[in-house]
Design a protein around this ligand. Sequence first.
Ligand SMILES: Cc1cc2nc3c(=O)[nH]c(=O)nc-3n(C[C@H](O)[C@H](O)[C@H](O)COP(=O)(O)OP(=O)(O)OC[C@H]3O[C@@H](n4cnc5c(N)ncnc54)[C@H](O)[C@@H]3O)c2cc1C
Length: 291
Amino acid sequence: MYPSKFDYVRVQSVEEAVRVLGEHGEEARVLAGGHSLIPLMKLRVLRPKYLIDIGGIQGLKYIRRDKNTLRIGALTTYFELENSLEVSRTHQVIASGASVVGDPQVRNWGTIGGSLSHCDPSGDMGSCVLAARGLMHVRGPSETRTVESDNWFVDTFQSALRQGEILEEIEFQVPPGKLGGAYLKLERKSGDYAIVGVAVSLALDSSGKCSYAGIGLTSVGATNLRAKNAENAILGKIPTKEVISEASEEAFKEVTPSDDPLRGSAEYKKEMVRVYVRRGLEKALEAARSS
Ligand SMILES: Cc1cc2nc3c(=O)[nH]c(=O)nc-3n(C[C@H](O)[C@H](O)[C@H](O)COP(=O)(O)OP(=O)(O)OC[C@H]3O[C@@H](n4cnc5c(N)ncnc54)[C@H](O)[C@@H]3O)c2cc1C
């Protein structure tokens, strides 16, 4: 399968990317790792006339810590996230999620910015960013703006990015306390998209109570979702077996997935949310307690 004809522009800076995007409007698409865009072009679902390759912008590839802030450039690959000690030290959920995306080839090319811009509800990274309450820094032709992760996932394949904007950076605050995180993915076979995915990020205070809880869900709605009732069921409490069970029950109640002919019925997915939220909380808790 071949994509329809397009012109290719390789840009060297975000400013140049935004300018060229502005010149071509809706006829142009940004190319990052290409692992979602190129397949869609080959299927001719998308037929951009201009591809603006941002892959050479060195200023978008970084993982930086500045006191209690972790900053990740949009072109950082899954492989880099998965193997970064800086990321796993405070945001284990991001490293854990990155490690189960597709196969090594996908992880070598696919970028966090591409995944979040693509906004696939089956994308693993979206749930991890929701659990860690990422802030998306975006640059457009006339302004830069910041979008909270809660407002980023607008609809299926629709992020909060506006025409002509580039996602530059994802920022994460480090919550105080003992930290732990995990991403668990139920898949038909290794490397597949999730039947259900659960991202958990927790912090415990000095008395062992949960002082931060983030739970993101994959493949159970029109977008990646936050399980807010489940988070509230554990916040401020010592996460005993009963509390964890209560939280997973809340997650079960708050999702309304649809039937998927390939990956299971709505009923099955709902049940798996209950099981995987419990397991994810247990795993994140174990990591926090031993941190
Ligand atoms: C075989 C295979 C298996 C896969 N399995 C999984 C999986 O298990 N889990 C999973 O989550 N994903 C999976 N993916 C998708 C993969 O994660 C993609 O890499 C990712 O969704 C997109 O990242 P990218 O850098 O390749 O973006 P691209 O494909 O280059 O771009 C994707 C979209 O985002 C836009 N875009 C990219 N970067 C920016 C930016 N900085 N600012 C503005 N817009 C931007 C592009 O214009 C395009 O519309 C799989 C892909 C393949 C091919």
